[in-house]
Design a protein around this ligand. Structure first.
Ligand SMILES: *Cc1c(COP(=O)(O)O)cnc(C)c1O
Length: 746
């Protein structure tokens, strides 16, 4: 605490949650502030016990919960010794977690003093902190959580969006409506960074012909601080206050303004809070201006030339590219770029064209953030083996003299943070059969013991998790139907807790092809009304400007609305982290139908696997790897729709054009046939093939095979350790730096 004299009233409010909290409950404040509760079930249970309906009503926001819980409830739990014991135990556990000196990083790299700054436009950490839209953000959140667990000295940098990403509502005819509400930052698990004088720390940046200011919020993700910039300040012009309003909200210019604040403002924020980094990790091209600011720092501090500074800066920059979908890469018109960065580059006394050259390439006149990130980094990777190969081909334009397989982009396959995603039932099995240290990233061998999980116990866990999914879906459907003015009575009987449950939950991006399942409606209809019961749950948002995505959503919604399918084919609104958790934990089959090779990795299938579901997926992204490499052993780990061929079959993304229409239709047709054949001949029969004990023995064999082989690899502990060992701590040698990357030398 700083000196009390400097505390303004607002600061007191900011630093202390609910001052009238009874003393025995005061540890709840610290527990609420540190987002470790997002992956520590006993702490979450404490918040839920305090007031279950308020916990739901605040979308699992413990800070709001503490502010809003009724005094009578507080009195009740103060009188409950078991509650107080649990509070103290959780507080002690958090303290021990934060103090732990024997982390993986400390043990394996005792002498290393580096600090890594991880930049991302979105972070999905907890459902109440709505600064994520989908897979990219969830991956960033899981990255921070694993970095914290492993003790990696990493800090996150992002933006604190006032309205976040939209809340999805779907009306009676299936049209998506995008709702935005303004978050109350003082009622979130984040803290304003203030200086010794008690005043907020302010980032001050040149902006067009004036300046823009941003304050800095800190979210504590276990041991990892995440700094979030916020321009909604009354010292800013009205339009500048809106820079951090919405995630992926406005037009191209809005995007440029956000990326300027994220990259350049983010680097300056780190200096202001005393957190300078040796390594900068750009999670996707959105943050690439951070590397430019890094160059500027070197030019300024070492009086070096621009070309020299670029060479030096690159050594400390790691870049991860996340998608081969052209729309996933930012391009800015040069004149727009000049408006915002012209003065900045001029102050560096650099020719504008040298800078623009870093972001352009043959055949492209706009400035490309991915090209910039590729040129300003020395370790670059895609997010699965296949995506690495696709990226090398896609970005060969940056290294025109190199053959595709020598383009210096590698791959580090994505993962998921297991403690965030694994259901308590499955976790208990892991603890019992794999071992207390099942979550230890460095011991993959222990997972052979997953083979010892008895069928009956595995099935009991699967059944409990499915029952919870069914219950969650019924509640959500009831609210959904009531909101539209319908009678929700039927939702009580929606879904069958014993039926084969197939889930398709992900963004409604066109390449994810949700509607492929409807391409042979009669066949689907027969399956849904057959005597071996099958049910589908769909969830996902379409980007507000993605009309084809919205149309696909509408088709799914209309199909779900057929009276005779009501309750066996359902669409859930408002896909978010909480819905994702429920669905990945309860699904029997996780369905993914991307157009190969557009799914760079995909991670939801990994979450489902870790909970004992089987994947039924196009061999794209992570599944291409999981399927090919872990399937040689006897029992298959799931199902692959269509053979794993070369990455080129559906037309390699070529910065815009894509495959011709007839090719697409051919591929769609082939994949749909394969999907239906698998459902009819493999998936459904296997699920309903029961042994003398009523258990689907062959099915459970597949589950054990998938768990044993996939869980130890497709997790973020393994992934972060790989980033540490191959990218963060990798010292480029002179020889390797002489990669065929000529343009970046200026
Ligand atoms: C995991 C997750 C995703 C990513 O799913 P994909 O498999 O990559 O499509 C998207 N949204 C949420 C809420 C998630 O939890």
């Amino acid at each position: 605490m700083k000196s009390p004299r400097s505390h303004s009233r607002t600061r007191l409010k900011m630093t202390e949650i609910r001052p009238d909290l009874p003393a025995p409950l005061s540890p709840l404040r610290g527990l609420a502030r540190n987002l470790r509760w997002a992956w520590h079930a006993p702490t979450r249970a404490l918040f839920e016990r305090l007031d279950p309906s308020l916990w739901e009503g605040t979308r699992h926001n413990p800070v709001r919960l503490l502010w809003e819980v009724a005094p009578a409830r507080l009195d009740a739990v103060v009188a409950d010794t078991s509650y107080l014991e649990a509070v103290n135990a959780a507080a002690a556990d958090l303290e021990a977690y934060l103090r732990d000196d024997a982390t993986w990083f400390r043990r394996t790299h005792p002498a290393v003093k580096s600090r890594i700054a991880y930049f991302s436009a979105e972070f999905g950490i907890a459902e109440c902190l709505r600064i994520y839209s989908g897979g990219l953000g969830v991956l960033a959140g899981d990255h921070l959580k694993s970095a914290s667990d492993l003790g990696v000295p990493l800090v996150g940098v992002g933006l604190m969006y006032r309205e976040g990403y939209f809340t999805q509502r779907v009306d009676a005819v299936g049209v998506q409506h995008d709702l935005y509400d303004r978050a109350d930052f003082e009622r979130l698990p984040i803290t304003l960074e203030v200086g010794p004088d008690g005043q907020p720390v302010i980032v001050d940046l040149p902006f067009l012909d004036h300046r823009i200011h941003a304050r800095i919020w800190r979210a504590d993700v276990g041991r990892v601080p995440l700094y979030l910039l916020d321009t909604d300040l009354d010292t800013n012009r009205v339009e500048d206050r809106r820079v951090t309003d919405r995630l992926y909200g406005g037009d191209t210019e809005h995007r440029l303004r956000q990326e300027y604040v994220l990259g350049i403002g983010g680097m300056r924020a780190l200096r202001l809070v005393g957190c300078d980094a040796d390594v900068v990790h750009l999670n996707e091209g959105h943050a690439a201006f951070a590397a430019v600011e890094h160059v500027r720092e070197i030019v300024e501090s070492e009086q070096s030339s621009f070309a020299e500074a670029v060479e030096r800066a690159r050594r400390g920059v790691v870049f991860t590219t996340h998608t081969p979908v052209p729309a996933g890469h930012d391009y800015f018109p040069r004149n727009l770029l000049q408006q915002y960065l012209g003065g900045y580059i001029w102050e560096m006394k650099q020719p504008w064209d040298d800078f623009v050259g870093l972001g352009t390439f043959e055949g492209e006149s706009r400035f490309c953030m991915t090209a910039l990130a590729l040129r300003l980094s020395s370790r670059r990777n895609g997010v699965s083996r296949l995506h690495g190969a696709v990226s090398r081909e896609m970005w060969q334009v940056i290294w025109p003299d190199a053959p595709a397989d020598e383009v210096p982009i590698t791959h580090i396959t994505n993962g998921v943070h297991l403690r965030t995603w694994v259901a308590p039932e499955t976790e208990a099995l892991y603890t019992r059969y794999v071992g207390e240290r099942w979550n230890d990233a460095t011991d993959e061998l222990q997972w052979h013991r997953a083979n010892h999980i008895p069928h009956a116990e595995l099935w009991a866990a699967r059944t409990r998790q499915r029952e919870r999914l069914v219950n969650d879906v019924r509640l959500a459907l009831a609210a959904q139907v009531a909101r539209r003015g319908g009678d929700p009575a039927w939702t009580l009987g929606a879904l069958d807790p014993d039926a084969l449950t197939i889930v398709f939950a992900r963004r409604f991006a066109t390449y994810k092809r949700a509607v492929l399942l409807l391409s042979q409606e009669e066949r689907l209809y027969r399956l849904l009304t057959g005597n071996r019961k099958l049910q589908f749950v769909f969830a996902g948002k379409a980007h507000p400007r993605d009309e084809p995505g919205k149309a696909a959503l509408q088709r799914i919604h209309q199909f779900a609305g057929r009276p005779e399918l009501r309750g066996s084919f359902v669409f859930l609104e408002g896909y978010d982290l909480a819905i994702a958790r429920s669905l990945v934990q309860g699904a029997d089959v996780w369905l993914n139908l991307p157009v190969r090779p557009y799914e760079a990795s995909g991670t939801s299938g990994m979450k489902a696997t870790a909970n004992g579901a089987l994947n039924l997926s196009i061999p794209d992204g992570w599944w291409a790897e999981a399927w090919a490499e872990h399937n040689r052993l006897n029992v298959p780990v799931g199902w692959s729709i269509a053979p794993a061929e070369g990455p080129n079959e559906a037309g390699l993304p070529d910065h815009g054009a894509g495959a011709s229409q007839p090719d697409r239709e051919l591929v769609d047709r082939r994949d749909a046939d394969a999907l239906y054949d698998l459902l009819e001949n493999d998936v459904i029969p296997l699920y309903y093939d029961r042994d003398a004990d009523g258990l689907p023995a062959a099915w459970l064999e597949r589950v054990r095979s998938a768990v044993r082989q996939l869980v130890p690899f497709f997790n973020t502990h393994r992934m972060v350790a790989e980033y540490v060992d191959t990218s963060y701590l990798w010292e480029p040698t002179g020889e390797r730096m002489a990669a065929p990357d000529r343009r970046s030398a200026g």
